[in-house]
Design a protein around this ligand. Sequence first.
Ligand SMILES: Cc1cc2nc3c(=O)[nH]c(=O)nc-3n(C[C@H](O)[C@H](O)[C@H](O)COP(=O)(O)O)c2cc1C
Length: 164
Amino acid sequence: MNDLVIYASKRGSTKEYAEAFARTQGFPILDYQELKQLDEVDRVFYFGSVYAGKLTGIEAVSKQLSPETEVAVISVGLTSGKDTEKLAEIQIGIQKEIPQAQMVHLRGRLSKEQLSFPEKMLLKILNKASNKGAETELNKAINEVMQAGKADFVQLDQVQMIQL
Ligand SMILES: Cc1cc2nc3c(=O)[nH]c(=O)nc-3n(C[C@H](O)[C@H](O)[C@H](O)COP(=O)(O)O)c2cc1C
């Protein structure tokens, strides 16, 4: 069985989870930008950070997958498992690209100082869009970033939940 861990991370939290998982399993690991082909790979563990509801690198990864490849997709975002609607939106997007995906969601981290001006604007829009209904864990996390400067939910031992 040939296994491969692939990660697509902009600010490092997704990469940390992918590295922790690869280390505990003894699997090779690759940045999605270095991905060329997956012909010899039976199982892929793809860790992608969530930006505006979508996984970084998902098209590039899905393009290389064959329907026979077993795939676990691990989304990493500020959304919590309790935000069922938000999580469903993310997971519907994943399933459209990778129908055979087994999905796990993990919570990430964000610092205000890392944000560009357009990203701050985008976060405000996301926050307002989420505020229409009940307050979500995503709202709380975005407010924490804006007010306290940082929200950090990374728990590397959560990678134990991932299996195929
Ligand atoms: C502009 C922007 C948009 C984001 N959109 C979402 C989102 O839609 N859902 C979510 O759960 N997290 C969202 N996040 C939070 C990131 O997914 C979170 O910080 C994640 O840990 C980033 O992973 P990385 O450190 O590997 O880049 C957003 C962050 C930024 C800066």
